[in-house]
Design a binder for this molecule. Structure first.
Ligand code: SF4
Length: 445
């Protein structure tokens, strides 16, 4: 269990030297208990104290790395229950199943489809992260054939799923270099699975039929020397899983209960595709660090990945684009000049609409701390003065022969002031990005 501030204080030098950035050792101890600082900030701590305080300075949830190279995924390491308290750090990894019962041709097709599950949203590349190879045949040879196929045709990290330690070891011999996640140590095979995880230095899932069994197994597995663990509480119903995941996260973060301070894996399967994706979405929100599903169609995966991106965006740092002038198409001196804020979602909504209009244009992106148009205007971050200054900085008068600038319809109210500040004629464009093509083709001309 986590130590209290006073318990930590007993181990500190008590010189109040302030080298840690805190006014007293007690203040440092309280901050350490609240996970707001780290033990290494005190340079005078003794080795004995370091050992005694290890549990207080360890993060409440371990970070586990799956795979290697540029496609590796980090999961866990979360410190808060709710995103608005601070931020979430490591987006849930999304895995797609691949059964060794499929025919070879179907296996190859499925791997190719998984590889193509790549998207771009607000300028950020997004993709699924894992291939979960399932040894449903219970045949080590078939399992190995599929592992080999995936190793050849995909760069994604793997989850090797089998109840059979021989099949897993055969798969690990082929794929250990890629640090696959081994699924799973259970009550009846714990020693064999721990042996594999240690022998091949791979992370290991611990499966318990319920939270009590999971807790007990986790203590045994970690005591055996496995450091990179992932937990599966065994429930498969939506309500049961949600309850278990929430309880595990609370125990780890609020109570500092170390045996469950590891990332959690969820498996989702339903004959109804909408239900399967809804369940996966629920687990992305609360609190699965890996979600494995059967669905593979882009229209099923994109909403899930979009949701994940929204949840795992730092709420204190809006996604922004660089404030500058962007050329869309090949604009000339007669082209329109549109202006908006540097909120990524705004930029990536407006830019394709201008492209769709086929009217080459200049798009002036103004620094507004990454806020959307109306929010930025209300917060006085998107002002006539700011726009006029950006126009001057980007020297728009040298690029254009006309003196007209188009502002978003939602901020029509700033027209007169911007005309005064810039000396340009201000045209009020459409409120929504979808109105831009028609506006540029019909009204601008
Ligand atoms: Fe106390 Fe260490 Fe901080 Fe100095 S650096 S005030 S000894 S906790």
């Amino acid at each position: 269990m986590a130590l209290t501030g006073l318990e930590i204080y007993k181990h500190l030098p008590k010189t109040n030297c302030k080298k840690c950035g805190f006014p007293t050792c007690l203040a440092f101890a309280m901050a350490l208990a609240g996970k707001k600082t780290s033990l290494d900030k005190c340079p005078d701590i003794t080795e004995e104290a370091k050992i005694a305080l290890e549990s207080a300075s360890a993060p409440p949830m371990a970070t586990v790395t799956l795979g290697i190279g540029e496609n590796r995924v980090e999961i866990g390491g979360e410190t808060v229950l709710f995103r608005h308290e601070k931020t979430f750090y490591h987006p849930s990894a999304i895995g797609i199943t691949l059964s060794d019962l499929l025919e070879k041709e179907k296996i190859i097709q499925r791997i190719e489809k998984i590889n193509k599950l790549k998207f771009e949203r607000v300028g950020i590349p997004l993709q699924v992260n894992l291939v979960a190879i399932s040894n449903e045949s219970n045949d080590p040879d078939k399992f190995c054939d599929v592992v080999r196929e995936v190793m050849e045709k995909s760069n994604l990290p793997l989850i090797l799923v089998s109840n059979n330690p021989q099949a897993l070891e055969a798969g690990l011999k082929i794929s250990a270099e890629r640090k696959p996640l081994i699924y799973a140590a259970k009550d009846d095979n714990r020693e064999a699975m721990v042996g594999l995880a240690k022998k091949y230095s791979c992370p290991l899932v611990i499966y318990g039929k319920n939270l009590e069994e999971l807790d007990s197994l986790s203590q045994k597995v970690v005591a055996s020397g496995v450091k990179d663990a992932v937990l599966d509480p065994g429930t498969r119903s939506l309500a049961g899983s949600l309850q278990d995941f929430t309880q595990l996260r609370r125990l780890a973060l609020k109570r500092g209960y170390r045996p469950v301070g590891y990332p959690v894996i969820a498996f989702v399967k339903d004959s109804d595709p909408y239900q399967e994706v809804s369940m996966a979405a629920t687990y992305v929100a609360k609190y699965a660090n890996i979600v494995v599903l059967d669905r593979i169609e882009p229209e099923e995966i994109l909403p899930l990945i979009t949701l994940r991106q929204n949840i795992y965006t730092d709420p204190q740092k809006p996604i922004m684009v660089e404030p500058k002038i962007y050329e869309i198409g090949t604009p000339n001196e007669n082209s329109p000049l549109l202006v908006t804020t540097n909120f990524s979602l705004t930029f990536f909504t407006v830019q394709p609409e201008i492209e769709a209009s086929k009217v080459p244009s200049y798009l002036l992106i103004v620094e507004a701390e990454g806020l959307s148009v109306l929010t930025a205007w209300a917060a006085e971050k998107f002002t006539p003065e700011g726009i006029a200054e950006a126009m001057k900085k980007e020297e728009v008068e040298k690029k254009l022969s006309h003196r007209k600038v188009i502002i978003p319809g939602y901020v029509a109210v700033m027209k007169a002031k911007l005309e005064e500040e810039s000396g340009w004629e201000v045209l009020v464009g459409p409120k929504e990005g979808s109105g831009i093509p028609r506006y540029l083709k019909e009204t601008w001309q």
